[in-house]
Write a protein that binds this ligand. Structure first.
Ligand code: COA
Length: 158
């Protein structure tokens, strides 16, 4: 039984995140989508809103479970009995930060292995902050997020 934890801020969850989670579900027995409180990023959506949105749009992925956390990632992973941390690499520019994160997490807990997946090419330029910015300026984000997330973004802007 191999459990993977996929951590992020998910402010909000995008089609790129969903693509990665669907890919991971075909590789692991369970994928825990771990939504970090991450107050330093000053998220636009509260933690419980981000969790509810992710649960809603991931209903079809049986192996995915969404949980919010506000602790160290390695502590959360240990609590969940997961040895794998999953991260997405969209472009070379992601690599430096991801390399640092993976190294630090291994230093904090040598049992944790970080596994990287790449999203489908059409999602390689999406990020949550770009989606928020485009939605905030009245642009069309229907190609980047689930319709329910789009509705939540519209409500937030209002
Ligand atoms: N599709 C679309 N967008 C993606 C993506 C994908 N497949 N993969 C990453 N992104 C985007 C995110 O939307 C986000 O965009 P944004 O910065 O515009 O919001 C960006 O890439 C990266 O953010 P995210 O994947 O959410 O990760 P993060 O860098 O915000 O979060 C944590 C990093 C949560 C993993 C890290 O802060 C953490 O582990 N926190 C817990 C505390 C801890 O243990 N700290 C010590 C770490 S050593």
């Amino acid at each position: 039984m191999v459990k993977a934890v996929y951590p992020g801020t998910f402010d909000p969850i995008t089609n790129g995140h969903m693509d990665l989670i669907e890919r991971a579900a075909s590789l692991f027995d369970e994928v825990i989508v771990a939504i970090a409180a991450n107050p330093s990023k000053q998220p636009a959506f509260a933690l419980d809103e981000r969790v509810a949105m992710a649960k809603d749009v991931l209903k079809h992925v049986e192996k995915a479970h969404v949980i919010g956390f506000d602790t160290l990632l390695v502590h959360f992973a240990r609590e969940q009995g997961a040895k794998v941390v999953l991260r997405g690499l969209r472009a070379v520019s992601d690599f430096d930060y991801e390399f640092q994160l993976a190294g630090m997490n291994r230093r904090l807990d040598s049992n944790i292995e970080t596994v990287f997946l790449t999203p489908a090419e059409k999602f390689s330029y999406i990020s949550s902050s770009l989606v928020r910015e485009i939605a905030g300026l009245g642009g069309d984000v229907s190609g980047f997020v689930h319709p329910n997330v789009m509705a939540a973004l519209k409500n937030r802007i209002r």
